[in-house]
Design a protein. Structure first.
Length: 146
């Protein structure tokens, strides 16, 4: 009888705080792309390009809609098996994104970025932070789906 247990799944993680500014969002996007490359998803691969675009939308929203003066946003990137996940946490609890895949009106100034996230991600949602103000918007991408 074989009593070997299967190996534990490898979890890769990158986590960092960024200034809540366009410069911080740009740096976060670039570091997501770089980290994915070091994890074996080359810069021009569908996984890297897709998750980098999702991260760009979520970080831009954190800066534009989740900014509280003097507060940073936090980004967490993980890989578990074939699922990549990006989480962006900001300090605004009251500005929760609508979880809809309907297009905003053509003249709407916002809402298009989350439509991109909804169309590209395997799953996405938001959740309030526990014990402090803020929310986390996350998106997952199944690499095997690409």
């Amino acid at each position: 009888m074989n009593s070997e247990t299967p190996p534990a799944p490898v979890v890769l993680e990158f986590s960092m705080c960024f200034t809540s500014s366009p410069r911080g969002a740009r740096l976060a996007r670039r570091l997501v792309s770089h980290r994915l490359d070091t994890w074996g998803h080359p810069y021009t691969s569908p996984a890297n390009e897709t998750l980098t675009l999702i991260a760009a939308e979520l970080t831009a929203n954190a800066v534009r809609h989740g900014h509280v003066p003097g507060r940073d946003f936090h980004l967490r990137l993980t890989q578990l098996d074939d699922t990549l996940r990006v989480e962006v946490t900001d300090s605004r609890t009251e500005r929760v994104p609508l979880l809809s895949d309907q297009e905003p009106p053509g003249d709407a100034e916002s809402g298009h970025g989350l439509l991109i996230v909804a169309r590209l991600a395997s799953r996405w949602a938001s959740s309030p932070c526990v014990g402090r103000p803020g929310k986390t918007v996350w998106a997952e991408l199944s690499v095997s789906r690409l």
